[in-house]
Write a protein that binds this ligand. Structure first.
Ligand code: HEM
Length: 158
């Protein structure tokens, strides 16, 4: 009986703390990541979250540790923008890049489906890559439209 009550209490506590984590997450401002910063979140540090970017959007994929963690099959995709790899379903090192040059219509469609159906549906957005917002020469990237970004608030960024 005591055990059952203790178990119930534990359950209540874990539900309450899970709820707190969720709330804190959604209130956290999104960040702008340089390549070097993003590289810190490649799953090699046990207690650090795991991040990867698709189409310049940085996702916290820590809850997919069985896919993305150290020694997991898709670890190579983490700590960077892996748009091309996701579009081509490839783990080839040369595809571990944000470069979409020369992708076929079919690959671009597949990228969009996985972006929406897997990443946006499953993982919290923690930020954007700097190169999504700024071009290589530091000028604003004309393709970046803040009003179209999920969870993007200008006050969080600048
Ligand atoms: C023979 C080849 C492959 C097989 C049989 C396979 C199979 C699978 C399976 C069974 C899952 C788990 C789905 C789930 O539980 O939700 C998965 C997830 C995934 N696969 Fe593959 N896969 C293959 C190759 C690849 C390659 C080459 C990539 C390269 C990008 C890739 C990217 C992914 C990703 C990113 C996920 C995780 C998606 C998530 O976060 O939910 N897969 N794959």
């Amino acid at each position: 009986m005591e055990t059952a009550r203790a178990g119930f209490l534990l359950l209540l506590l874990s539900v309450a703390s899970a709820d707190r984590v969720q709330t804190r997450r959604s209130e956290e401002p999104v960040r702008l990541f340089t390549e070097e910063e993003l590289r810190q979140y490649d799953g090699s540090e046990e207690h650090r979250p795991i991040y990867m970017a698709v189409k310049g959007v940085v996702f916290d994929v820590t809850r997919g540790k069985e896919f993305y963690g150290k020694n997991a099959p898709y670890n190579a995709l983490t700590g960077k923008d892996s748009t091309r790899a996701v579009a081509k379903m490839s783990l080839n090192p040369e595809d571990l890049t944000s470069d979409t040059t020369g992708l076929t219509e079919e690959q671009l469609q597949s990228l969009q489906n996985i972006f929406e159906g897997t990443y946006k549906a499953k993982y919290p957005i923690v930020g954007y890559t700097a190169s999504r917002i700024l071009s290589a020469d530091g000028s604003p990237n004309p393709d970046f439209k803040p009003e179209e970004q999920p969870q993007f608030q200008i006050k969080d960024e600048f």
